[in-house]
Design a protein around this ligand. Structure first.
Ligand code: NAD
Ligand code: AKB
Length: 320
């Protein structure tokens, strides 16, 4: 029986990873931890514990008490929120990752830590961005993502901890709201389209970013953790991608379903600058070759599913 712990489990990814893990691993126990309570009840097989990932003693105690085999370390402060509190972002993202890696080392646990397109910067080749390339990010979030990738590599090489990770693009989902990132517009636009029929977009019409639908992101994490260790060369920072979106492109796809949908632009210079420093498209050849990564949702499939699921939730009074 698998025993899994998630940090940051009440966030955009964690909220959906808890049931996804229970579905994939029959009879698993999932300990969902966060500094805030989950917004809804947890499925059978999961339990919530309050855990600040920067508290190294508490991390080690919880991981040891539950005999945790695998940790999905999701707790972090994202890019836009990070620019409002850079020192706190360094503390949560770096001291939290160190505490989790130390607890994993003491307990023999494997660790999944997501990195991001934010780990790249203006001097990185943007389209396509190679797996191994220049990483000089300009946000505190990006700095912590590069440092986190290196720290996870170090814990594997120096202490033999089974660390693995993905560089996620922006993630689009309908269950939990995104947590203060630069790619959040691509989630907000769906809610606004259904609720108001119009969206005021803070990103430029033709600014292109890599994106992925949440079911693919969850499957990628679990498939990477299940991959035979001997097949992995990169381990902690696999580029993965599914589609490339601009506000204009997503608007056109939304109009296939909601022809009257309107978009206006009021660009936020801070988030625009961050977006322009990130890749336009990741090259995910290494992930495809080393552990068989392939996305299933393209833009059309994403839009169709997002709208249908969000409409269901709105009808049930659970979102909008
Ligand atoms: P989120 O902001 O939705 O959730 C993060 C969670 O961490 C929140 O529930 C928050 O309460 C919790 N948290 C914050 N400080 C904490 C602390 N000290 N101790 C414990 N928990 C704490 O973020 P997310 O979108 O779910 O992202 C999860 C991970 O995936 C992060 O590492 C993020 O960098 C990475 N990622 C996300 C995306 C995306 O588009 N969502 C893209 C690339 C990478
Ligand atoms: C953000 O915009 O900060 C995140 C990310 C791409 O890491 N969604």
């Amino acid at each position: 029986m698998k025993r899994i712990l998630i940090t940051g489990a009440a966030g955009q990814i964690g909220t959906e990873l808890v049931p996804a893990l229970l579905e994939r691993y029959d009879g698993a126990t999932v300990v969902a931890t966060d500094i805030k309570e989950p917004t809804g009840p947890l499925p059978e097989g999961a339990r919530f514990e309050r855990l600040d990932c920067t508290d190294a003693v508490a991390c080690e105690r919880v991981i040891q008490t539950h005999g945790i085999e695998t940790i999905y370390h999701l707790a972090a402060i994202l890019s836009a929120s990070g620019e409002k509190a850079p020192q706190k972002t360094w503390h949560v993202n770096m001291d939290g990752t160190l505490a989790i890696l130390e607890a994993a080392r003491a307990n023999g646990s494997a660790v999944f830590t997501p990195s991001s397109i934010a780990a790249f910067g203006l001097s990185t080749p943007p389209d396509p961005t190679p797996q191994d390339t220049i990483q000089r990010p300009t946000t505190m979030y990006g700095v912590t993502k590069v440092a986190g990738e290196l720290l996870c590599d170090y814990y594997h090489a120096r202490f033999g901890v089974d660390t693995r990770g993905l560089r996620y693009p922006g993630l689009i989902s309908y269950v939990a709201p995104p947590g203060g990132g630069t790619t959040d517009w691509a989630v907000e636009i769906f809610h606004a389209a259904l609720r108001d029929g119009r969206y005021t977009c803070w990103l430029g019409a033709d600014t292109q970013l890599d994106m992925m639908y949440m079911p693919d992101a969850l499957r990628a994490a679990m498939e990477l953790m299940d991959a035979p260790a001997e097949d992995l060369v990169h381990r902690n920072a696999f580029n993965v991608t599914a589609m490339q979106l601009t506000p204009e492109r997503l608007t056109a796809a939304l109009r296939e379903h909601i022809p009257s949908f309107e978009i206006v632009y009021e660009v936020d210079p801070v988030r625009q600058r961050i977006a322009e420093s990130w890749p336009r498209r990741l090259d995910d050849t290494a992930a495809r070759e080393e552990w068989g990564w392939a996305p299933t949702y393209d833009l059309a499939a994403l839009v169709e599913d997002m709208l249908a699921r969000l409409e269901e939730r709105m009808a049930a009074g659970r979102g909008g």
